[in-house]
Structure formats: C-alpha cells, structure tokens
Design a protein around this ligand. Sequence first.
Ligand SMILES: Cc1ncc(COP(=O)(O)O)c(C=O)c1O
Length: 467
Amino acid sequence: MAQRIPTQHEPAMDAQQLRQAALDHLFVPMREPSEMAEKGEPRIIVEGHGVMVTDINGKEYIDCLAGLWLKNIGHGRREVADAAYQQMLKLTYTPMGTTTVPTIQLSEKLAQITPGSLSRTFFVSGGSEAVETAVKLARAYHRRNGEGGRYKIISRKFSYHGATGVATWLGGNPVYARQDFEPAYPGMVYAPQPLPYRCELGGRTPSECAVKCARAVEELILFHGPETVCAVIAEPIAVPAGPAVPGDEYWPMLREICTKYGALLIDDEVICGFGRTGKMFGIEHWGVEPDIMTVAKGLTSGYLPIGAAIVSKRVADSFVGNEKVMFRHLITFGGHPVSAAAALKNIEILEQEKLVQNSATMGEYLLEQLQDIKERHPIVGDARGRGLLACLELVKDRGTREHWPAEAALGKRLTQKFIDRGLMLRPPGDSISLSPPLCINRSEIDEICHVMDRSLGELEQELGVRK
Ligand SMILES: Cc1ncc(COP(=O)(O)O)c(C=O)c1O
C-alpha cells in the first residue's frame, strides 16, 4: 500500500517570490512567460501522494496525466525513495568500462518481462536518447550485415518520439512545431497514422484504416527502395492526436512488412510501456515481437531519469565477436545505478500490486464513463482509449468531424475550468487526453469525469451549443 511520505512545507519560501524567480530565470517547458505572469503562474507543485499533487498554496489536484504520462505507480512511494537512498549511500557511479549490480539486474529483469527475444539493453537517461540510440543501433546493424545503404527511417504523422537530433524529426506533432529547428535530418520518411476516427486514407472502420495504413508503409518502402530503408518506428498507440488505437490488423502487418523487406521494427514504448495500456507493454495487445524497443518514463514512474533501447538477440548478436563489431555509443548518465535501483523497485511495485491489471480494469471503467459523457455533450466527437490512456476529442460538428477554430481557445478555457475544480489537466486544443497513475480507483475516476462533465456543459453554454 502507498504510505504517505511526511514532507515539510518550507515556511521560508515565499510563493510569490518563487513565482517571480521562475518567470525571470526558468524555461518552463511549453509555457510562455508573459502568459504565465498574467495568470499568476507557473503553479508550483510541492508534494504528491498517489494520484494527488499539492501546490505551494496547499491546493490539491488529481494528476490526470500522471505528470507527463509517467507516474505509473503514483506519487510519493517511500519504497522507491528508500531503494534509491540505499544505492546512493553505496555507489553512485562506476569507473569507465565497469558496471554495477542494479544496472545488471535491471537489464536481466527487462529481458524477462519484454516480449520474445528482446534481451540486451543499452541504458540512457530518457526517452529521446532511447530513440536516438535505437536509430543508431538500427543503422549500425545494417552496416554489420553489409547493407550500409539502409539509412531511411519511416515514422508516422501524429507520432512523437522526442526532442533531440533525429528524434525531433521523427513523427509529426502539431503541438511541437519544428520550423525553428530546420533543416530536417536526412532520411526521414512519413507514413499515415492509423487513427480510425480520422483515417487519412479514408478507412471507415478500425480494420480498414489499419490495413490501408500498413499497406501505405509497404508502398513507401517500395517507392524509396527497400535497400535504402533502415527501420520503421512506431508507438503501439500514438498519443499526440489523442490515443490512436489501431485496428488489430496493423501491428501484425507492420511486422510482416518489415521482415519481408529487411527493415527493423522499432517499438517506441516510452508512453505505452509499464502498464499504461493495460498490458506490461503496449505491443502485447497484438502479440508482435519488435527488433528494438525503447522505454523511459514508466521505467521508474518518473522517480529518477533513465531510458533504454532493448534489442532482440539477432540484433544484439551483430555487435558481438570482436572489437571491430561492437556498438560504439556512450551516454554518461545512461543506466545510472541509483536510477536502476529505483526502476527495479518500481517494477516490483507494479507487479506486486497488480497495477497493470488495475490499468486494464480501471481503463475499461474510464472508457465507459467517457462514452457516457460523449452521449451527453454534442461537442464531444469521439471517446477512445486503451487501458489508462484515453481521450475525448472535441468537434464543432459531429457529422463532418470539423474542429473548432483556434480562436475558440477550447484548450485554454477548459484548462482553467479543470484547474479551478481540482484537476491538473491541460488539454492543448481539441483533445482532452487522460493518463492518470495506474493506482487510480473508481471514485477518483468518477471525480475526474464529474468535473469534465460540468466543465464541458459550461463550455457548451459559452459556445452557444447548449441553452
Ligand atoms: C513515444 C515517445 N517517445 C519518446 C519520447 C521522448 O522522451 P523524453 O521526453 O524522455 O526524452 C516521448 C516523450 O513524451 C514519447 O512520448
């Protein structure tokens, strides 16, 4: 059971002074200082417990996005803090060319719990580095196999894979516009996203959409020439446009296509991994084995930074034999022993408290409640999700699925209503994504849905959709 960690409110801290210091000295990611200043923000969070967080003024909120899709075991678990503390007392870094006990144990644990023959792990500090590492592994793999011409990476529109070098240019997320960072990396190829509600290829059912989108990947490989294609990277369920749960045909087809044309399949589980979708890894919904898997976020439930690229035996073996073939790559903080100790304890909690099963059960309950909300609110076009990864998509017209214009500022208006009513939930625009900690219970889901219901009703009145 979660134990509350007693924390001290630092009386010396003046909230207003701190806020001003943040406005003067801090980049708060994805926030603009003058907009924050106008609203008396940024909000400063000082404490977390289970699904709840508390701000510096003592106001409590339900953390509806689990931080940033990562607080899987919830906030404030003393056992994780203790495991990290004990490791910190013992050893916090290791001389070059050696490794540590928790780092080895974590690689062994990942080999046990990931699908198929995924069995060798390269540790990094976070999700973007995991993706960079996966791309480098894939390119180096082809070189080892005499196919150095394979450098192109196929990703999907409306996917997100990170904020560093190559990762910035994979996928395409409207919220993270990339124009500032041109020129793009070479070798980037974009496929459609199998999002059934808005299938770019006109699929009318999840199945039709899945088949069309998978075939589009095959067409891209043929168009570019298989001898130039290195890998296909995809999240089991992409999140940027609201969870895009693909039809069941998609992943098995993607696997078959990659195998047929010799491209590696990279499964990016940075969000879906560690129970988020009701299975330990998202790809398990479709029984597919990738060649490389990337993980981060839920690996420690955000208690400490760590990420990893995990490769199949076939890929791993191409870097074994002599010094010339080894994988030449190093990230200083990758596999930090304190983070590894926290990750081991986090996975133990996930398993012992059956939080993956809870994600499946509570996810079903959440989706039922979201469907009910959709029935009651004409501005809700779709309610979808898998496990505790869900969303409501807002539309101006249910028939045409047209979105509201940007001037309607739905995201900003809803954010204010949610925050006023105790939900830490900031929809960027047309989709309200939910991804609460996996330890959530029914009454906490009821509270979230009740607030969303009221807030949507109010918004509809403001928009003149409801009298
Ligand atoms: C699927 C996916 N891959 C990679 C990343 C990048 O991870 P990080 O922000 O830890 O670098 C993210 C971040 O949200 C993600 O959602």
